[in-house]
Design a protein. Structure first.
Length: 319
């Protein structure tokens, strides 16, 4: 959760290798879909997941992979899951932590941009990078792992062979899986589609992440409670632990890159304190930080995605 259907296309080969079925639900308004009121974005995404699950007649037990602000959507779903459904595992890739906790200077400044401008992703990015400097220095989205580091060619077989040689020579935590299953040209085309279809949706996502305007409605922890923004995750995950105690547990694992500029060290330490130290929802050894990786790199690294899909396959075989 927290991405687009194009993610499923990019991991299709890896999913087949692990004999699992991946379903990716677009962000609201992505792909030309009907716009969703900002205040209903989290709720309607949850209802979309349940509708897709029912329409496809899927098994009652399944796993969830969330990336970045997918933590917001997934936590809401976990807290409102119908009793006949069970999430066996939740893999959190680079989970978003808001800037008033992470102390991200550029994204903290972005909170003070008028909501109308923030919803325009171009305006948001220009403002953020005017404060923070070039994207390469910010270390935000990707160091290049997701994009790939081979030039596109018209000879897929040769390109794949060259990729395998180069990839195998890398350290285990730097190896990618993408070129094993699709060409660089295919991935480049996918990113063009994602950019063309998803920019407006990504701008609106910024409002949700920064809790601007109606985007402050994350769906938990506000009814009759103090509006303590620093306690948002603590309250939400405490409720999740209480619900797990009354039912079946969910295995949770977290992956971050140490060069994640969107979630600086303070943000990662905060979430680790909540999930590992205070609530014990994540085991110490299952909080994993990858040296040198940036925010989106986790989605392209074999050490992450092979582990995620392997867990899904193993848990599915037990149910």
């Amino acid at each position: 959760m927290g991405g687009t259907r194009l993610f499923a296309a990019m991991v299709d080969g890896l999913a087949k290798a692990h004999s699992i079925h991946v379903i990716a639900i677009d962000r609201p308004t992505s792909g030309g879909s009907t716009p969703v009121p900002l205040a209903q974005r989290v709720l309607w995404t949850h209802e979309s997941l349940l509708a897709v699950h029912a329409a496809l007649d899927l098994p009652p037990t399944f796993s969830i992979l969330s990336h970045s602000n997918g933590i917001i959507y997934t936590l809401y779903t976990m807290l409102n899951l119908p009793p006949h459904l069970h999430v066996a595992s939740w893999a959190l890739s680079s989970p978003w932590v808001p800037p008033w906790i992470s102390h991200s200077i550029p994204f903290g400044a972005a909170r003070y941009i008028p909501a109308a401008a923030t919803s325009n992703l171009g305006s948001l990015i220009n403002t953020v990078f005017a404060i923070a400097g070039p994207i390469a220095n910010l270390g935000s989205w990707s160091s290049g792992v997701v994009r790939g580091d081979l030039a596109s060619t018209d000879h897929p077989a040769k390109e794949r062979a060259a990729f395998l040689v180069k990839n195998d020579a890398k350290p285990a935590d730097k190896q990618q899986f993408g070129r094993k299953y699709f060409s660089q040209k295919t991935q480049d085309l996918g990113f063009l589609f994602a950019k063309a279809e998803g920019f407006d949706a990504m701008g609106i996502e910024a409002l949700v992440c920064l809790r601007k305007g109606d985007g402050e409605q994350w769906g938990w922890g506000m009814d009759g409670e103090e509006r303590d923004l620093n306690g948002l995750y603590r309250r939400g995950f405490k409720k999740l632990k209480e619900s797990m105690a009354a039912g079946r547990p969910t295995r949770m694992r977290v992956w971050y890159g140490t060069s994640d500029g969107m979630v600086p060290t303070a943000g990662r330490k905060h979430l680790r304190r909540v999930l590992v130290d205070e609530l014990a929802l994540v085991k110490d050894e299952e909080w994993i930080e990858i040296k040198g990786a940036a925010h989106d790199d986790s989605m392209g690294l074999s050490c992450v995605m092979d582990a995620v899909f392997g867990d899904v396959a193993n848990l599915a075989s037990q149910n």
